[in-house]
Design a binder for this molecule. Structure first.
Ligand SMILES: Nc1ncnc2c1ncn2[C@@H]1O[C@H](COP(=O)(O)OP(=O)(O)OP(=O)(O)O)[C@@H](O)[C@H]1O
Ligand SMILES: [Mg+2]
Length: 267
């Protein structure tokens, strides 16, 4: 079954044409690594897929819901299904590790953030948060403020928070870019073990080619707003991956050709 289907997706910011006709499908349970140089459009693509950006043209279906035309209620439902992990962790530094993980259940709470943070947050949720922290081996840090733990540990907290949400799709935008090689590998191993256990569909961008050659089922490579490579990981050698970083790679260095221009390009 198809989890994500992207058809002729375009996105511009003012006169900058960032996504220039993106097409791919990701099957349910498939783990795809997204590669490409700085400024080629990876984060923009991922933001379109979790509903943070509206595409200008084309379709992006997530479990059958078209993100391009979804209404507010559908977008809200969609965001609940999609877990996100970012390079910068996006934790609340002054809250405890435990409270940050409880945030993961925010979408389920009738009264949102307030209810989640209140001492009345129900026992089942608190138990689940503790279980998620145990899963990332950080139960002993539950009471620490996030600012008191290391980057690798913070990313594990972010993973626990995502786990709390029980998403069916995980979008990870350079989850190990801020970590040293050993912490990065640790986090990737953990992330991959969890997505396999939970049978999540994954789109994960990475900049480290040596990691990209080790993880995931399939590689998608972008160059200047287009898909340049889409193949099973075993069939892609280092040279092909490296070619994604050569030549005109950034969208802001490559002018748009006339036929690529999105219908709703900004004036
Ligand atoms: N909200 C925005 N407003 C204007 N321009 C944007 C916006 N978001 C992204 N861009 C531009 O779109 C281009 C692609 O950016 P994007 O962040 O998608 O690239 P990326 O592949 O994720 O790069 P990196 O590897 O550095 O994270 C860049 O030129 C960027 O400046
Ligand atoms: Mg990015």
């Amino acid at each position: 079954m198809t989890a994500i289907q992207v058809q002729d997706l375009h996105k511009s910011f003012d006169s900058l044409h960032v996504l220039r006709g993106i097409d791919f499908e990701i099957a349910q349970g498939e783990c795809v690594i997204l590669l490409g140089a700085n400024g080629c459009g990876k984060s923009t693509l991922m933001r379109c897929l979790n509903g943070l950006e509206r595409p200008d043209r084309g379709n992006a279906y997530m479990h059958g819901t078209d993100i391009a035309t979804a209404d507010a209620r559908q977008l809200c439902q969609l965001r609940r299904q999609v877990g996100v992990v970012f390079q910068q962790f996006n934790l609340v530094q002054n809250l405890s590790v435990f409270q940050n993980v409880l945030y993961g259940a925010m979408g389920e709470q009738r009264f949102g953030l307030l209810a989640t943070l209140s001492p009345l947050a129900n026992d089942a949720l608190r138990e689940r948060a503790m279980y998620c922290l145990e899963r990332v081996s950080l139960a002993d840090k539950a009471k620490h403020k996030c600012r008191e733990i290391s980057g690798g540990q913070q990313q594990r907290v972010a993973i626990a928070r995502t786990l709390m949400q029980e998403p069916s799709v995980l979008i990870a935008d350079e989850p190990v870019a801020s970590l040293d090689p050993s912490a990065g590998r640790n986090v990737m191993n953990l992330l991959m073990a969890i997505v396999e256990e939970q049978r999540m569909t994954v789109l994960c961008s990475l900049h480290q080619l040596e990691l990209a050659s080790e993880y995931g089922d399939r590689l998608i490579g972008m160059k200047a707003g287009r898909i340049e490579l889409d193949a099973s990981r075993d069939t892609v050698d280092h040279q092909r991956m490296a070619s994604l970083y050569q030549g005109d790679v950034r969208v802001d260095h490559v002018p748009t050709t006339h036929h690529e221009r999105p219908v709703t390009a900004s004036v």
